[in-house]
Ligand binder design. Structure first.
Ligand SMILES: Cc1cc2nc3c(=O)[nH]c(=O)nc-3n(C[C@H](O)[C@H](O)[C@H](O)COP(=O)(O)O)c2cc1C
Length: 326
């Protein structure tokens, strides 16, 4: 990768503009712990070099927010030990490690987790993301507190930053999208209201982890669906999230998931969103989605469409793939 300046976010120094986006590796145990396989998987990736950051796959902040059987948990203090070993394995290759924290909300059916299936609203008429229960204020306060506790554990485990997952139709994305948030209280309606739970989580993390701990957000900027969020909502949301204190915006898709129907072959298929966001915030912006060539990654950076470029699925399939590009 052509030489670009390091990016500095507080004490975090990013020395390469290519990054590993969070991707569920399904290497967690059935108890949702980090396994030897998890460590070996991330070590193979880190060893190749060329990466400025490794964002570890989503870990659930509470059992009701679990998304899958082999997902990692960050919901118990006893998870810290395994996560610490993982962060330390990545650090041994001199690459910063970021922990993504998530609550799946209505994106998962109750039958899958044995827990209540909650979300901002019910009866959405959507094919996916159908919560059984609309969250009351107590539920909202509990989820905020679970995210803050998850972030505290990420720091304790030695991660260099925490990334809040608000993309791909999971709980926080469900609040942000007008397609899944039909509330008429303080948490629904205007974009400020749809992001209120995000602001409260960010505030809680700041208060507990201090001003120097970097907070990233993965934002499902646009839904690319009728009546859903547009790239202009993504821009407004990013401005508001930066004001609320996030240190980086990691752009992905909303209720369209991480895909861009009809544009799958385009390298950087969310660049319409990342470009408008990049031009309106001063924090670094990550773009991921379909990027497979170094020359394309460099062009996206040179054209100011993003500061950092994520490459996912090829590395998920072959952890040594990146090394073969150079
Ligand atoms: C199997 C799989 C698991 C994923 N898990 C996560 C995840 O845990 N958190 C997340 O934000 N995105 C997740 N993603 C989305 C990726 O981070 C990325 O945005 C997507 O693969 C598109 O980028 P790519 O074309 O470079 O693969 C996942 C994608 C795949 C294929």
């Amino acid at each position: 990768m052509k030489k670009y300046e390091d990016i500095r976010i507080k004490n975090l120094i990013i020395k390469n503009r290519l990054i590993l986006p969070p991707m569920a590796s399904t290497t967690g145990s059935l108890e949702h712990r980090v396994t030897d396989e998890t460590i070996a998987y991330y070590s193979r990736i880190a060893k190749t070099g060329h990466l400025g950051l490794i964002i570890v796959e989503h870990a659930f902040v509470s059992p009701e927010g679990a998304a899958s059987r082999h997902q990692l948990s960050i919901s118990r203090d006893s998870d810290i030990e395994g996560l610490k070993a993982l962060a330390s394995a990545i650090h041994s290759y001199d690459i910063p490690a970021i922990c993504q924290i998530n609550h799946a909300g209505g994106a998962i059916r109750s039958v899958d987790t044995g827990h209540r299936n909650i979300g901002p609203s019910t009866n959405l008429g959507l094919k996916y993301f159908e919560p059984d229960i609309s969250m009351n204020n107590e539920d909202i306060d509990r989820v905020i507190s679970d995210f803050v506790s998850g972030a505290l554990r990420a720091k304790e485990a030695g991660f260099d930053a925490v990334e809040i997952h608000s993309a791909h139709g999971y709980l926080l994305n469900q609040f942000y999208s007008p397609l899944s948030n039909l509330r008429d209280d303080d948490y629904g309606g205007s974009i400020e209201n749809r992001l209120r739970i995000h602001f409260e989580i960010i505030k809680g993390i700041r208060e507990n982890l201090g001003d120097e701990y970097p907070i990233f957000i993965r934002l499902g900027a646009s839904d690319y669906m009728e009546k859903g969020n547009t790239i202009y909502d993504g821009k407004e949301a990013s401005i508001l999230l930066e004001k609320a204190g996030v240190d980086l915006i990691d752009v992905s898709g909303g209720l369209c998931f991480y895909r861009r129907p009809g544009k799958e072959d385009e390298q950087g298929y969310f660049s319409d969103a990342s470009r408008i966001i990049k031009r309106n915030v001063s924090v670094p912006v990550i773009l991921t989605g379909g990027i497979r060539e170094i020359s394309v990654a460099e062009k996206l950076i040179d054209d100011r469409e993003a500061d950092l470029i994520g490459i996912g699925r090829p590395i998920l399939k072959d952890q040594e793939w990146l090394g073969k590009l150079f």
